[in-house]
Design a protein around this ligand. Structure first.
Ligand code: FES
Length: 156
C-alpha cells in the first residue's frame, strides 16, 4: 500500500465513523422538553392519532403531558408549528400559538411564563403580541380545546 492509498483509506474510515454522529446531530427533535439533560428518560408517549377530525381539530398530545411538561409543542403539526400552554390567568383555558418566531423563524419556547425566542431574544405575550423585539409581528393563535384526555388544535 502506497502513501496515497493509505491516505484515502484513512479518510474513508474517518467519514464512516463520524457519519452516525453527524446524522444524529442533524435529526430534528419534534417535541421540546424542559427536562434536564441528566433526568431519566420519560416513558414513551402513547401513540396519538393526529389525523384531523370532521370538525377540523387534530390531537396534539395528552392533557397529562401538557400538565407534566407545562406545554405541548410540535414543529410538524398539520396546520404549522404550534405551542400550547394553560392560560396563566385561568388554568381552565388553553392558549395555542404558532411557534415560529415572526422575526426569522426560530422555534419559540415557553419559558419563565413567557413565549421566548432563543435565537435573538424576542418575547411574546400569551395573546401572541410582541413584548420584546427584534420581532415586530405577533404570533398567530390557533383554536384549541380539550376533549377527554386529549389536547386538540384546529388544523384545517
Ligand atoms: Fe426569533 Fe430572531 S428569530 S428573535
Amino acid at each position: 500500500m502506497n502513501r496515497r492509498e493509505f491516505g484515502n483509506l484513512m479518510g474513508l474510515g474517518m467519514i464512516a465513523t463520524s457519519l452516525p454522529v453527524a446524522i444524529a446531530a442533524c435529526t430534528p427533535k419534534d417535541t421540546v422538553s424542559d427536562a434536564p439533560a441528566d433526568a431519566p428518560a420519560a416513558a414513551p408517549a402513547e401513540k396519538i392519532d393526529s389525523k384531523p377530525r370532521e370538525d377540523g381539530f387534530a390531537a396534539l398530545g395528552t392533557v397529562a403531558d401538557l400538565d407534566t411538561n407545562g406545554y405541548l409543542s410540535k414543529k410538524a403539526f398539520i396546520a404549522g408549528p404550534v405551542i400550547v400552554i394553560r392560560d396563566p390567568a385561568n388554568a381552565d383555558d388553553l392558549i395555542a400559538l404558532n411557534s415560529m418566531c415572526t422575526h426569522q423563524g426560530c422555534g419559540v419556547e415557553w419559558k419563565d411564563d413567557a413565549f421566548a425566542c432563543p435565537c435573538h431574544g424576542s418575547k411574546f405575550g400569551t395573546d401572541g403580541s410582541v413584548s420584546a423585539g427584534p420581532a415586530t409581528e405577533p404570533l398567530d393563535p390557533y383554536e384549541v380545546m380539550i376533549d377527554g384526555d386529549l389536547v386538540l388544535v384546529k388544523a384545517t
